[in-house]
Design a protein around this ligand. Structure first.
Ligand SMILES: *Cc1c(COP(=O)(O)O)cnc(C)c1O
Length: 389
């Protein structure tokens, strides 16, 4: 009789054969730009801690202070006894800062997209989603049972054609959702928020935007590309520029009330712990004050992007501190990542299915703490590697 675990061996062998096998490699963070891996110190170009807040003394102190005052756990779900005064106070401050009527905290960005999208849409709905959207959005759309159509990346003419086609069969759908990221996590390019909004108005669709990589980095006071924009539903995460953990929805009061009553991923899960609420609160106070750091971050991003382009790398349409160097074949991305590591740089290779087939890449993500010197070292090494190979 065949072993009941054959499918595991086959799947892993398959991953190996296609250079797609993923592994967990432990590292120790040292400071905002350096980590230790297997005893070696590397410059880290793969973290999403754009402002270095995960290591900021105020963000750390708030985690400790909130823990001492409120304990290490929220001890229950939001609807049982897990809504502390600090949860609602943070939601109020967040909504105010971002210019929305209400905000609601969630466990993680992944959980938030999965559960919110599948709570709002059902099998009579239509979801139009950018082709490069994050896996959590895709899972949310699939889980909802709605009809899912993916439009070519940032192609709003194609999106409009899908909206027009849907209008002709308008009786068929109870609601239509347009789903996009504002800054795309693997290409680092941006969506046109104003045009998406105009389309959602024109076709009476619900606009759902994931602002994970713009928060802290772009927009007025670094509060993202959706702040004060009256987008129907905004999702943001605290695991990136906030240097913390967790996520939120910002929307109208009725939408948040609806989620409190209907969203399983909010109702049946333990609330975020006090330490995290403290860190998020401190980060939210700091972010508007970090204009100089943001300027520096964008200058460094320009330097790295231009340097990569001079070396002949395809950096897609990157317009953020996320800069891909697309190399194509999986083995090439892996080999380049390994060579960089040998020279003291951590730059993780991103392969399908995370990115489309044939677009394996190194994904560089910058922090405002990266120095000009570190970026020049990286470019110098990449230059010597390409002349060698
Ligand atoms: C990271 C990310 C998420 C997931 O957020 P987590 O809090 O890490 O689960 C969702 N959407 C986008 C666009 C992301 O980049």
């Amino acid at each position: 009789m065949a072993s009941k675990w054959t499918f595991i061996d086959q799947a892993l062998d398959d991953r190996d054969r296609h250079h797609r096998r993923r592994q967990l490699t432990p590292i120790t963070p040292l400071n905002p730009t350096q980590i230790q891996k297997q005893g070696r110190t590397l410059i880290n170009f793969s973290a999403n801690d754009y402002l270095g807040l995960a290591k900021h003394p105020q963000v750390q102190a708030a985690a400790i202070a909130y823990t001492q005052r409120y304990g290490t756990s929220a001890t229950a779900s939001r609807l049982v006894a897990g809504t502390f005064d600090i949860h609602t106070a943070l939601e109020t401050r967040l909504a105010e800062a971002l210019g929305y009527e209400a905000a609601l905290l969630f466990g993680t960005g992944y959980q938030c997209n999965l559960t919110v999208l599948s709570t709002l849409a059902d099998r009579h709905s239509l979801i139009l989603c950018d082709r490069l959207c994050h896996n959590s959005l895709l899972q949310g759309a699939r889980h909802s049972g709605a009809r899912l159509l993916r439009f070519p990346h940032n192609d709003l003419a194609a999106l409009e054609a899908q909206l027009q086609a849907a209008r002709k069969t308008s009786q068929a759908y109870n609601r239509i959702f347009i789903v996009s990221e504002t800054v795309f996590s693997m290409d680092g390019d941006r969506a046109d928020v104003a045009r998406l909004q105009a389309l959602s108005d024109r076709y009476n669709a619900i606009l759902y935007l994931d602002d994970a990589h713009a928060l802290g980095v772009l927009g007025q006071q670094g509060l993202g590309l959706t702040a004060h924009q009256n987008v129907d539903i905004v999702v943001g995460t605290f695991g990136k520029a906030f240097g913390a953990f967790g996520a939120f929805v910002a929307s109208s009061r009725p939408v948040c009330d609806y989620l409190i009553n209907h969203c399983p991923g909010l109702i049946y899960t333990t609330a975020l712990p006090p330490s995290i609420i403290g860190s998020i609160d401190a980060a939210l106070r700091l972010i508007p004050t970090l204009e100089t750091e943001r300027q520096h971050l964008h200058t460094q991003a320009d330097t790295l992007r231009q340097g990569l382009q001079r070396l002949g790398y395809d950096t897609a349409q990157s317009a953020s501190p996320i800069i891909p160097a697309i190399v194509g074949p999986n083995e090439r991305a892996l080999a380049l990542s390994r060579s960089l590591e040998d020279h003291g740089f951590l730059a993780i290779a991103i392969r399908p299915p995370t990115v489309p087939e044939g677009t394996a890449r190194l994904r560089f993500a910058l922090s405002c703490h990266h120095t000009q010197d570190q970026i020049e070292q990286l470019l110098g090494t990449l230059g010597s590697l390409s002349t060698e190979g």
